[in-house]
Design a protein around this ligand. Structure first.
Ligand code: NDP
Length: 478
């Protein structure tokens, strides 16, 4: 068994009470690592270390360039240890190694490099005043950041929050999900090796409600809370943060609409629609889980889409050929499997797919569901897509907007005007046209409606992780 501790004040430590838990490999269905199980006392200890490092340590006082250099060193170490990091996430939560090694770890390094550089080239506003005074904006670090992340992109999501927080001079307490703790400790070990001062990046493991996660969100010593996870958890965190008026950034669930118009390039639409719902076994907030297909192309699209889904390779996530691994845990597998029964009870039909071996679900296409069915409205977070036909653009837009979520949407069309028109009409944080998952880290990322509060990325991350200060000076006459 491997072993992963908290990292607090520059040292890897056990919990105060010595408690541990086992992280379960969902493919083998056995424990593979012993992890420190934190309590609110450990969360407080981590916050105190981050507070001391912020109030008295060098990190917030270094120049942007000096901090950037250390973050680049950390990115170098992430790349040098890519196999170990990717294997940790794959073992913890079952995502195929081709995704963790091919996407998540490179993107983690990119997150670190992007924010290291972006902080050094971001302009601040300057306001020459009519009165002869001069005002400008100074972006001061906010203080101690609590970063709470889910299990579906463990390392990638951690760096998406930690990198901008650190680049702008904050100190951080990172709480990974208990299903995927290993890569957070590995990242903190590498951060120390890269020269991050003690207490600047702390990791504390444990559960969310009533435990470490909740303690972080209730702490008056925390200045910012950045969270990605379920919408219900986001509400609980918002309530806890309200007590101390702590600003929160919430990236929550989704029910992505994927609209395929008659005039699309079918090859492209099939390729990206497969990626959009079956990558990471659909355990992606951005998944294209509602597939609206215009009637003229419905038969052809469904046939090609079904053939492609049936060709996907399910198996041991550590093998390079595997495209779908198991779901992240037994509990999550049961939840997703339960949605197939819910769909059937609502009169829908599994066109292909269903429950597989162990904790796997085969790529599943559901047809015959209505717009109000639970399978159409609720986030399943598995490799399950519901296909719904439509006749015209207006109907497609109305249906796409008709869920409580508003994270993202995709559309496939060759009509440029329609692409712009539909993008404008969709109430979501991101629209992809004729592609999926392509990101520019300068662009805003976040959700509308129940999919989130606030945006991160580029200057949006800066605005959240800093305290913008107005500095006004008199320019005296000579
Ligand atoms: P959860 O909301 O259950 O958990 C996310 C994190 O929050 C975990 O670390 C969890 O701890 C912690 N947590 C849970 N309850 C509390 C609480 N009351 N106070 C503080 N922390 C708490 O999400 P999952 O891990 O199940 O992740 C899947 C969800 O995340 C999906 O709904 C998905 O849509 C969403 N998601 C959204 C993304 C986006 O960008 N919008 C991106 C990725 C996922 P623990 O689990 O250890 O108890």
């Amino acid at each position: 068994m491997e072993s992963f501790g908290h990292v607090i004040g520059g040292e890897e430590v056990e919990s105060r009470d010595g408690a541990t838990f086992e992280s379960v490999d969902p493919w083998e269905r056995t424990g593979w690592a012993t992890v420190a199980l934190g309590s609110p006392a450990d969360a407080d200890r981590a916050v105190a270390a981050a507070r001391a490092a912020f109030d008295n340590g060098p990190w917030p006082r270094l120049s942007l360039a000096e901090r950037g250099r250390i973050l680049h060193r950390l990115a170098d170490l992430v790349e040098a240890n890519a196999v170990e990091l990717a294997t940790a996430d794959t073992t913890d939560m079952g995502k195929p190694i081709r995704e963790t090694l091919g996407h998540d770890v490179p993107r983690a390094a990119q997150n670190l490099r992007f924010f290291a550089d972006h902080s050094t080239v971001t302009a601040a506003e300057s306001f020459p005043m009519a009165t002869g005074h001069h005002a400008y904006t100074q972006y001061d670090p906010a203080g101690v950041v609590a970063a709470i992340v889910p299990w579906n992109f463990p390392l990638m999501m951690a760096t998406w929050k930690v990198a901008p927080a650190l680049a702008w001079g904050n100190t951080v307490v990172l709480k990974p999900a208990e299903q995927s703790p290993a890569s957070a400790t590995l990242l903190a070990r590498l951060a120390l090796a890269a020269g991050l001062p003690p207490g600047v990046l702390n990791v504390v493991h444990g559960y969310g409600p009533g435990s470490v996660g909740q303690a972080l969100t209730e702490s008056p010593q925390v200045d910012r809370i950045t969270f990605t996870g379920e919408t219900t958890t986001g509400r609980a965190i918002s309530r806890a943060a309200a007590e101390n008026l702590t600003p929160v950034s919430l990236e929550l669930g989704g029910k992505g609409a994927n609209i395929v118009f008659d005039d699309c390039d079918i090859d492209r639409a099939v390729h990206w629609s497969i990626r959009a719902i079956f990558s990471n076994s659909g355990q992606v907030c951005l998944a294209g889980s509602r597939l609206y297909v215009q009637r003229g192309v419905l038969d052809t699209f469904l046939r090609r889409f079904t053939e492609a889904a049936q060709r996907l390779v399910i198996g041991n996530p550590k093998e390079r050929s595997t495209e779908l691994g198991p779901l992240s845990s037994e509990e999550h597998f049961r939840k997703v499997a339960g949605y197939l029964d819910i769909a059937a009870a609502d009169g829908a039909r599994v066109h292909t797919g269903g429950v597989g071996d162990g904790w796997t679900i085969r790529p599943t296409i559901v047809v015959g569901a209505g717009q109000r069915a639970r399978i159409t409205q609720e986030e399943v977070f598995g490799p399950v897509v519901v296909v719904l036909p439509f006749d015209d653009e207006q109907e497609a837009v109305a249906a796409a907007n008709d869920t409580p979520y508003g994270l993202n949407a995709m559309l496939f069309t060759r009509d440029l005007s329609r692409a712009h028109r539909v993008s404008r009409a969709l109430r979501v944080g991101t629209v992809w046209t004729n592609c999926f998952f392509v990101r520019d880290l300068r662009a805003p990322f976040g959700g509308a409606k129940n999919s989130g509060v606030g945006r991160e990325g580029g200057v949006f991350s800066r605005d959240f992780f800093t305290e913008p200060k107005a500095v006004v000076m008199e320019i005296a006459d000579a």
